[in-house]
Design a protein. Structure first.
Length: 322
């Protein structure tokens, strides 16, 4: 009897393993969800919706990807949803660095970096100081002088407390010895809407979120936190040009839950790389002011480790959640 039981167990195990391998070989055989931890219309959402059709094409087999917005907590709600998902390749998500790191520095969220499989970094998004089009301030120097004369009273919005643009603002303020009234929003889109409605005096947002409106005359970018001027907004100076040498913003890419089967992981990594480097996506990215900066999973991991060290040092000196 024990021999019969063992044989049946081996048979069932072999059948299950064969079924799993078959399912992986057929990947994808169902709809995929791409979770964005921010509201619709923000930089992460724009990236997701721009990239999805090209990943679908690269995966083939009639793959369909639905973008699911899960805003809140500076992206933490969306990051947690990805970490908690079944690692079968049917849930992936947008990762925003340093936003995903900051909760781990502040406290102990339900995820850590071992909770994720990195797929790629896709874009680098410098932060920018932006004001309404009818603002009396037409230069960064003038605006900074106004902030200095009114410490703590100038309202500055961004896409969430502890997020990439909030910490970019903190780095800029520290380097400039300035203070403002920080107004967090649940994503780039509501932050931008508040600025368009002149409900805040200024905002720090990604260049892709502000650039098109700057070029159309609906908002005014005073300065960009990049090492060099951005070709798509060539009239905007860098912070270094006005004596505040700050390079800050976010790195946006794609991730999945840790524990993907090797075949599924490889299919996703290959599809994302193919999508990011496709002529169609590159043209779409240029139109949307997305600064493409592809990094493979290992390169992205090294960047994340470096950023974690940098953000931890900032937290030790000036905790942003206090």
């Amino acid at each position: 009897m024990p021999h019969i039981t063992l044989s049946k167990t081996l048979l069932v195990g072999a059948m299950a393993a064969g079924f799993a391998l078959s399912a992986q070989a057929d990947y994808p055989s169902g709809n995929i969800e791409m979770i964005v931890g921010y509201s619709a219309g923000g930089g992460s959402d724009v990236l997701a919706r721009s990239l999805v059709p090209h990943i679908e094409e690269a995966l083939g087999g009639g793959a369909r990807i639905a973008v699911i917005n899960r805003p809140g907590g500076g992206g933490e709600i969306g990051f947690t949803a990805v970490a908690d998902a079944n690692p079968d390749g049917y849930t992936i998500g947008i990762i925003n660095v340093p936003s995903i790191l900051n909760p781990m520095i502040e406290r102990s969220p339900s995820y850590d970096l071992d909770s994720f499989q990195l797929l790629a970094n896709v874009v680098t998004e410098p932060g920018a100081v932006v004001v309404p089009a009818d603002s009396p301030h037409t230069s960064l120097e003038e605006w900074m002088a106004h902030v200095e004369a009114n410490p703590g009273s100038v309202s500055v919005g961004n896409s969430g407390g502890g997020g990439a643009m909030h910490t970019a603002l903190i780095r800029f303020l520290r380097a400039s010895d300035l203070s403002v009234n920080h107004i967090p929003f649940a994503g780039g889109a509501p932050s931008r809407a508040a600025l368009l409605g002149s409900h805040v005096d200024a905002s720090v947002m990604g260049i892709s979120e502000a650039g098109p409106l700057h070029n159309d005359g609906e908002l005014r970018i005073l300065g960009v936190m990049a090492a060099e001027r951005i070709d798509m907004v060539p009239d905007v100076p860098t912070m270094g040009e006005v004596g505040t040498d700050i390079v800050a913003g976010s790195y946006r890419g794609l991730m999945a839950p840790a524990g993907l089967p090797d075949e599924v992981r490889d299919a996703l990594v290959e599809a994302v790389e193919q999508a990011v480097n496709s002529e169609a996506f590159l043209a779409s990215a240029e139109e949307r002011l997305l600064l493409v900066d592809y990094l493979d999973p290992n390169e992205y991991a090294a960047l994340i480790d470096e950023t974690y060290t940098e953000m931890s040092a900032i937290w030790d000196e000036e905790p942003w959640a206090e």
